[in-house]
Design a protein around this ligand. Structure first.
Ligand code: C5P
Length: 206
């Protein structure tokens, strides 16, 4: 069984996908971490004229086993990720790893932007998670504050909106739900309610 969970930045898709993995006993891959690792690897050169070649090389050289989320989850790394994610060579280099993970005999849950459309169009269940940008910024702020770090909420919202805009203008017409995806709006749901709704949607799809 393959479950695809797509949606914009800080929509809750990562938490939902991890919970689906536990519930259905499937391995889970947060594909955003791959783009984040590449973005961080080329941080020093992000404005250089040869950034596309550098990012493509970094994506090809990426050691997915060495990815440590601890350094990758910040908002700045998210912005770097969205800047290198527009390069076709980067997407191509990261495709094989995601595709192998998706087609593992045990099945899998993957979350990202293009899982239901590109990585695993044959997925058995496809969810597309959305939430109001202000609510998303607020949730991300609370996560960061829970780690004891301070947050500039206006900047967080601006970063999320900038990433939405870049992702919406991404190659192939931007990230959009697969035709057969089920939309889940988590704006007015707490995390438990969102997970319960997601499990029900997957069960209805399989
Ligand atoms: O999901 P997350 O916020 O970690 O993703 C960071 C960035 O990586 C996104 O804004 C998007 O530009 C890019 N990304 C992507 N395709 C994916 C996952 C993430 O382009 N499957």
């Amino acid at each position: 069984m393959i479950i695809a969970v797509d949606g914009p930045a800080a929509s809750g898709k990562g938490t939902i996908a991890a919970a689906l993995g536990r519930h259905f006993n499937l391995p889970h891959l947060d594909t955003g971490l791959l783009y984040r690792a590449v973005g961080l690897a080329v941080k020093a050169h992000i404005d250089a004229p040869d950034i596309e070649a550098r990012a493509t090389k970094a994506a090809r050289d990426l050691d997915s086993a060495a990815i440590d989320p601890e350094y990758l989850l910040g908002a700045e790394v998210g912005v770097l990720a969205s800047r290198i994610a527009v390069f076709p060579g980067v997407r191509k280099a990261l495709f094989a790893f995601q595709r192998d993970f998706a087609t593992h005999p045990l099945g899998a849950v993957l979350d990202g932007r293009d899982i239901g459309t590109t990585i695993a169009p044959e997925a058995d269940a496809k969810l597309f998670i959305v939430a109001d940008p202000k609510v998303r910024a607020d949730r991300r702020a609370r996560q960061i504050e829970a780690r004891g770090q301070s947050v500039d909420r206006d900047k967080l919202l601006a970063d999320i909106e900038a990433r939405d805009a870049r992702d919406a203008a991404a190659p192939h017409g931007g990230f959009h739900p697969a035709d057969d995806a089920v939309l889940l709006d988590t704006t007015n749901l707490d995390i438990e309610a969102a997970i319960t709704a997601a499990i029900a949607q997957v069960e209805a799809a399989i």
